[in-house]
Write a protein that binds this ligand. Structure first.
Ligand code: PNW
Length: 483
C-alpha cells in the first residue's frame, strides 16, 4: 500500500519532528562527537573500493582459466545488453598496476577484489591449475607495496561452468567444492590477506540466476527449488567460514557481504521504527537472520509453507558459524510502516515519481545507510560491520575536455555517507566502507552501458579518467570526514 503525503500530513510531520517528546530515543548515546567533529569518521576508519573478477579482469582464456557460468551465459547475445560480455572488460588482468596506482593516488586504504574460482580450479574441483594463483600473487604484491589492505571475496557469482553438470548450487556438492576451494585460497593467500569474504550477495545471484533466469546460469526454477538453492548456498558459506579458519594463519578474519534488505521507517516515530526493526529480521530471514540466529524465522517458514527448504539441524549450525565481521551492501531503501496485522509491519510501495539513479532498480534512499547497520547491530550485537558495497550508476558523459562531472553520484555518496556517520555517532560499530566501484566495468546483463565507477573507462582505448566523484572521494578520505 502506498503512503500519500498531502500538505496537511506534511504539516503534521513537521510538528512531529519538532517535538522532542514524540521522538524516539536515538539508541545508544552520542559519544560527545558534536559540531565540526560530527562530520569526522573515527580514527583508523577503513576507506576502500570494491570490484569483482568477472566485471573487470578480462583475459578469460589466459593462464589455464576454466569457463565460468558467466562466460557461457554472456556468449548468448540476447542475454545481455547488445551482447556485451566480460572477455576483455577493463583488461585489469594486464593493467592491474595502473589500477593500483590509481587507487593509491586517490588515497584508498583498502581494496575488495574477488577471485575467479575457475582460474584456480578450472573444473570447479579436483586438480588445481598450477598458474591459477599467479595473477593474484602479482596483484597482491603490487597492492601491498603501496600499503593498500586487501579484502578477498571468494565468490562473486562466477561459478565454474563444470559444476553446472551437477546443477550448480542446486546441489550440496557445489557447497562442498566451494569449501575445498576456500581452504586452498586460505592456505595460499593468508600470509597477505587478513580478511576474507565468503560470498557476495546471496539473494541477488540466487533470485536472478535461479528464479527469474535473467542472470547466469539463466534458470527459472520453482519457489521450492529456489529456497533450496539459497539454503545450499548458505551451507557453502558456513563450510567456507570453517575452511578459512582451519587453513588460514592465526588472526585471519572471515565474513560475508550481504545485500540485506534495508528496511527504513517511513516516519521516525517509535511505532514505525519498531515495525522497521521487525521487518529487518523478517525481510532478511532467508540469509542474514538465519546466519546470525541459526534458525529460519517462524514467519518465513510459514509463509513458504510446502516450498520451505529441507534442512538438518547440523546444516543450521554450519550456516550460523560465528563470523568475525558482517558486510552489508547498501543501495536502495525499503520503506516500512507499522501494521496491526502479523508480523507487525507493511512494506510501502515506491511511488512512480520516486527518485532513482541511472540503474532503474536503484532508488535513492540514504536512510538505509543509517538503519541497516543499526538494526543489524541492535538485533544481533555484531562485533564489526563493514559496508562492503555502496555506489550508484550515472549517465556519465565526458565534456569536450574529457572531464566527467557526475554531480548526481556525488550527491548520492555524500548523502549516504552522512547517514553512515549518523549511525557511527550512535556507536554502531561500522569499521570501514567500500565504494562500488573503483572504475566503470562490466555491469552484468547491463553490459558496458551502466557505469558505476568513480573512474571513467573509455572501452575503446582502456583509458581511465578519474571522475569528479573520484575527486570527492579522495577529499573525504584525506579529511577522514565530510567537512
Ligand atoms: C551489486 N538490486 O549488484 C553487485 O554485487 C555488483 O556486482 C554490481 O555491479 C553492483 O551491485 C551494481 O549493480 C546488485 O536489484 C544488483 O537491488 C542488483 C541489486 C543490488 C545489487
Amino acid at each position: 500500500m502506498r503512503v500519500r503525503i498531502n500538505r496537511r500530513d506534511f504539516g503534521r510531520l513537521l510538528g512531529l519532528s519538532a517535538s522532542a517528546a514524540t521522538l524516539p530515543a536515538a539508541g545508544a548515546p552520542n559519544p560527545g562527537n558534536k559540531m565540526a567533529g560530527d562530520r569526522k569518521f573515527p580514527a583508523g576508519f577503513l576507506w576502500g573500493t570494491a570490484t569483482s573478477a568477472y566485471q573487470i579482469e578480462g583475459a578469460t582464456g589466459e593462464d589455464g582459466r576454466g569457463l565460468s557460468i558467466w562466460d557461457t551465459f554472456s556468449r548468448v547475445k540476447t542475454n545481455t545488453y547488445t551482447g556485451n560480455n566480460g572477455d576483455v572488460a577493463d583488461d585489469h588482468f594486464h593493467r592491474y598496476r595502473e589500477d593500483i596506482a590509481l587507487m593509491h593516488g586517490l588515497g584508498i586504504k583498502a581494496y575488495q577484489f574477488s577471485v575467479s574460482w575457475s582460474r584456480i580450479f578450472p573444473e570447479g574441483k579436483g586438480a588445481v591449475n598450477p598458474c591459477g594463483w599467479d595473477f593474484y600473487d602479482r596483484m597482491l604484491d603490487a597492492l601491498l607495496a603501496v600499503g593498500i589492505e586487501p579484502f578477498c571475496t571468494l565468490y562473486h557469482w562466477d561459478l565454474p561452468q563444470a559444476l553446472m553438470s551437477g546443477g550448480g548450487w542446486q546441489s550440496l556438492d557445489t557447497a562442498k567444492a566451494f569449501s575445498d576451494y576456500s581452504a586452498n585460497a586460505a592456505k595460499h593467500l593468508s600470509d597477505r590477506v587478513k580478511n576474507f569474504i565468503t560470498i557476495s550477495e546471496v539473494s541477488t545471484f540466487v533470485d536472478d540466476g535461479y528464479l527469474y533466469g535473467s542472470d547466469a546460469p539463466g534458470l527459472k526454477l520453482s519457489n521450492a527449488q529456489v529456497a533450496q538453492v539459497a539454503h545450499n548456498v548458505l551451507v557453502g558459506h558456513g563450510l567456507a567460514v570453517r575452511a578459512v579458519r582451519a587453513n588460514a594463519r592465526a588472526g585471519t578474519k572471515v565474513g560475508i557481504a550481504d545485500n540485506a534488505v534495508s528496511t527504513c521507517p517511513v516516519i521516525e516515530t517509535r511505532e514505525h521504527i519498531d515495525a522497521a526493526r521487525i521487518a529487518y529480521r523478517e525481510e532478511n530471514a532467508r540469509v542474514l537472520t538465519v546466519i546470525q540466529e541459526g534458525r529460519y524465522t517462524d514467519h518465513y517458514l510459514k509463509a513458504l509453507g510446502a516450498d520451505a527448504p529441507k534442512f538438518t539441524a547440523e546444516e543450521l549450525q554450519v550456516i550460523s558459524t560465528p563470523l568475525d565481521f558482517t558486510g552489508l551492501n547498501i543501495y536502495e531503501p525499503t520503506w516500512v510502516r507499522a501494521s496491526s496485522t502479523a508480523p507487525g509491519y507493511e512494506v510501502v510501495d515506491m511511488p512512480k515519481s520516486y527518485p532513482r539513479m541511472a540503474a532503474g532498480w536503484l532508488e535513492f534512499g540514504p536512510d538505509g545507510m543509517y538503519w541497516s547497520p543499526k538494526f543489524a547491530h541492535e538485533l544481533w550485537k555484531l562485533k564489526d560491520i563493514y559496508i562492503t558495497e555502496n555506489g550508484a550508476a550515472s549517465w556519465d558523459v565526458p565534456t569536450s575536455t574529457g572531464e566527467v562531472l557526475d554531480t548526481d553520484r556525488i550527491l548520492f555518496l555524500r548523502s549516504y555517507l552522512t547517514q553512515l556517520l549518523r549511525g557511527i555517532n550512535e556507536c554502531v560499530p561500522v569499521k570501514g566502507y567500500f565504494l562500488w566501484t573503483l572504475m566503470d566495468n562490466y555491469e552484468w546483463t547491463d553490459g558496458y552501458a551502466m557505469r558505476f565507477g568513480i573512474t571513467y573507462v573509455d572501452y575503446k582505448t582502456q583509458k581511465r579518467t578519474v571522475k569528479l566523484s573520484g575527486e570527492f572521494y579522495k577529499e573525504v578520505i584525506a579529511r577522514n570526514g565530510l567537512a
